[in-house]
Ligand binder design. Structure first.
Ligand SMILES: [Zn+2]
Ligand SMILES: [Zn+2]
Length: 231
């Protein structure tokens, strides 16, 4: 639902512009046709021009006692709520036209269209990449080493993601079909989950002992690997 201000038919006079109980009368200038013929003479002959009657604005009727609520306009500016079905996959810059949802014309003439422009808002978790969405997931050192099954947010709520043991920071897990659908078409993108392994900063003595034991069994104390930087 969106809120807009637009001209709506006046409910007091039902859009006629005439005070309730009175009727609009036939325009005397155009005899009710709404059009006037203008004849002009020139060297080449006679020209007939058909123009809109200025007296009645082309409606063929004049309101002798105008509706007090809309002062004879037949419409009033009001706040209106309009239901907009946002198609999945829209992006900033897309727009849609809602036929007849714009300003209503005065005294029953045709209504205009409402053009809705879309602008994307930042999402709490997701970044968008075409029809894929990307999120970052922080996992613990032990989850990375042993693997785990975790619940991650998706566009529709949440879904289970299984983290394989031995995963590295920066690796990306793909959840198929959990992205956005294409604006035109049935293809649905994926949710890409970038893993971030969190190094523990506060360890109690038991955890510290366990990690020291692990390091000793790995034979990794005092050893590192240097390698070329990946860009
Ligand atoms: Zn009115
Ligand atoms: Zn007229």
């Amino acid at each position: 639902m969106i809120k807009i201000k637009r001209w709506n038919p006046c409910d007091t006079c039902a859009g006629t512009g005439a005070e309730p109980g009175t009727m609009p009368s036939r325009c005397s200038a155009c005899n009710g046709s709404g059009q006037l013929k203008q004849i002009s003479k020139s060297l080449f002959g006679q020209f007939v021009n058909v123009v809109q009657c200025a007296n009645c604005g082309g409606t063929g009727e004049v309101v002798s006692s105008p509706c007090r609520k809309c002062s004879g306009e037949g419409r009033r500016k009001e706040a209106s709520q309009i239901k907009v079905e946002v198609p999945s996959g829209v992006a900033t810059g897309n727009y849609m036209t809602l036929r007849g949802e714009g300003n209503k014309g005065s005294r029953g003439s045709e209504a205009g269209d409402l053009i809705v422009f879309f602008e994307e808002k930042e999402h709490e978790f997701f970044r968008r990449h075409g029809s894929d969405i990307i999120a970052e997931l922080e996992i613990s050192f032990s989850q990375a080493a042993l693997g785990d099954s975790v619940e991650v947010p998706t566009l529709g709520g949440s879904a289970k993601l299984s983290i394989p043991g031995g995963i590295q920071s920066g690796q990306v897990l793909r959840m198929r079909g959990k992205g956005l659908s294409e604006l035109r078409g049935s293809y649905r993108g994926d949710e890409l989950v970038k893993i971030q392994v969190k190094t523990p900063t506060k360890l109690n003595s038991k955890q510290k002992n366990l990690l020291e034991e692990l390091a000793a069994s790995n034979g990794s104390v005092g050893k590192t690997n240097v390698r070329k930087m990946r860009s």
